[in-house]
Design a protein around this ligand. Structure first.
Ligand code: ATP
Ligand code: MG
Length: 140
């Protein structure tokens, strides 16, 4: 099933010069980039983005991290792309991520794990609309 998902190259990925490496993985997996920009989230924007995690012990820290520097946000398009992209990313904790995944290869910390990917169709819609307006995304 053709889908869209939201991907973020997090501030650690950008500052460690991993943008090209992550995009190379997407291209190799035949995932299309439909929209892309670099942004620096404010603390409030990061809190809104990770609202589902409000109240969890890592919420303050992860929203500080996500607003600490520029990120690259992308809308990805492909067959079953929500699941396929999460497979490429690997588990949240890089120590548990499968060999060959982005997080296993590049992450340094459970929080500083280089990439984000939406985890459901509903969250993908919310997250895409959080960062992109109708002019920036090609019509479905
Ligand atoms: P993401 O939503 O960023 O794609 P995920 O879906 O694999 O990651 P979530 O449970 O949604 O994981 O957590 C969101 C982010 O919060 C994680 O990617 C990580 O940066 C941070 N995080 C999650 N769990 C922890 C934790 N136990 N300690 C520190 N940071 C955490
Ligand atoms: Mg998540």
């Amino acid at each position: 099933m053709r889908q869209r998902t939201l991907s973020i190259i997090k501030p650690d990925g950008v500052s460690r010069n991993l943008i090209g490496k992550v995009i190379g993985r997407l291209e190799a997996a035949d995932i299309k980039i439909m929209a892309m920009k670099m942004i620096k989230m404010t603390k409030e924007q990061a809190k809104g983005f990770y609202k589902v995690h409000e109240g969890k012990p890592f919420y303050e820290s992860v929203t500080d991290f996500m607003s600490s520097g520029p990120s690259v946000v992308m809308v990805l398009d492909g067959d079953d792309v929500i699941k396929e992209y999460r497979k490429l990313m690997g588990a949240t904790n890089y120590k548990e991520a499968e060999e060959g995944t982005i997080r296993r290869e590049f992450a340094t910390d459970i929080e500083k794990n280089v990439v984000h990917g939406s985890d459901s169709e509903e969250n993908a819609r919310f997250e895409i609309n959080y960062f992109f307006n109708a002019l920036e995304i090609p019509a479905q």
